[in-house]
Design a binder for this molecule. Structure first.
Ligand SMILES: Nc1ncnc2c1ncn2[C@@H]1O[C@H](COP(=O)(O)OP(=O)(O)O)[C@@H](O)[C@H]1O
Ligand SMILES: [Mg+2]
Length: 255
């Protein structure tokens, strides 16, 4: 399983440097968190890594592949799956069909079109439906497979989104604020699920999150951004008591 290595990454929007030479490595099979106050550059970092934004300079390598010039579908094709900060499910489609869309990278015969009528296409579809059920069970949404995704409560929809990302069989999963907008119970359940993904599936996780408490419990390594710069990095126990980190988070509450 490849490591993800970010080096000297700089991203500019007209007049604003959103990321200013940041760097970190997500070691295989670990949870690496990128945290920081609002506006720190977390989502920008995420969007560069998934190919939606272009870097002004710097590099992002996944194993020996350079990602900064690739399109989102090419990055996904290398085994990097992501969720979005705002839900990106099809509300009218069933949970099962949303998860089947997540299998797209794995399909051979294109069973959503003409392949559906061929025996080979049907066999392949059945195989994918079985795997979708397994992933739904793992993520705790199996009971709702037949229901429209939009009918699930917020926490459930976030689980479905994570399940859909897992359906691509990624080796690296990127989660953008997976517990944003959740109540305490939903937060705990999501944290347990992320632990299970790493422990049970051996997938590396890059977690972009505002909630420092959650990150302290989940992450092996943490990179802290503020105004596009790395202000601290290391294991949770070091980052937690770093004066620069405390200042950045305290500063947030000050108007
Ligand atoms: N598409 C964009 N165009 C212009 N400015 C942007 C864009 N995306 C983000 N920014 C700016 O970049 C900075 C970092 O934003 P963002 O990465 O969303 O922070 P975070 O996710 O840490 O809250 C902010 O000042 C934000 O306004
Ligand atoms: Mg953000």
């Amino acid at each position: 399983m490849p490591a993800l290595t970010v080096r000297d990454l700089t991203v500019r929007f007209a007049g604003l440097t959103a990321l200013d030479g940041i760097g970190f490595t997500v070691e295989p099979g670990t949870v690496h968190a990128v945290i920081g106050p609002n506006g720190a550059g977390k989502s920008t970092c995420f969007n560069v890594l998934s190919g939606l934004y272009r870097a002004a300079s710097g590099s992002v390598r996944f194993g020996d592949r350079e990602l900064t010039s690739l399109a989102p579908h090419e990055i996904a094709g290398l085994g990097i799956a992501r969720t979005f900060q705002n839900l990106a499910l099809s509300a009218e489609l069933s949970v099962a069909d949303n998860l089947m869309l997540g299998r797209y990278r794995m399909t051979r015969t294109g069973f959503w079109s003409a392949g559906l009528r061929l025996r080979r296409g049907r066999r392949e579809e059945l195989r994918h439906r079985e795997r979708v059920r397994e992933i739904a069970e793992f993520t705790g949404v199996a009971e709702r497979l037949a229901e429209p995704a939009g009918s699930l409560p917020y926490g459930g929809r976030k689980r479905v989104e994570l399940a859909r990302a897992l359906c691509a069989e990624p080796s690296l999963l990127m989660l953008d604020e997976p517990v944003a907008g959740m109540n305490a119970t939903e937060r705990l359940e999501m944290a347990e699920l992320i632990v299970a993904v790493r422990a049970g599936l051996g997938i590396s996780v890059l977690l972009v999150e505002h909630d420092m408490g959650l990150v302290m419990r989940l992450a092996d390594e943490i990179t802290v951004l503020d105004f596009g710069r790395t202000i601290a990095a290391g294991p949770p126990r070091d980052v937690q008591r770093d004066p620069a980190v405390l200042r950045a988070y305290l500063g947030e509450e000050t108007p």
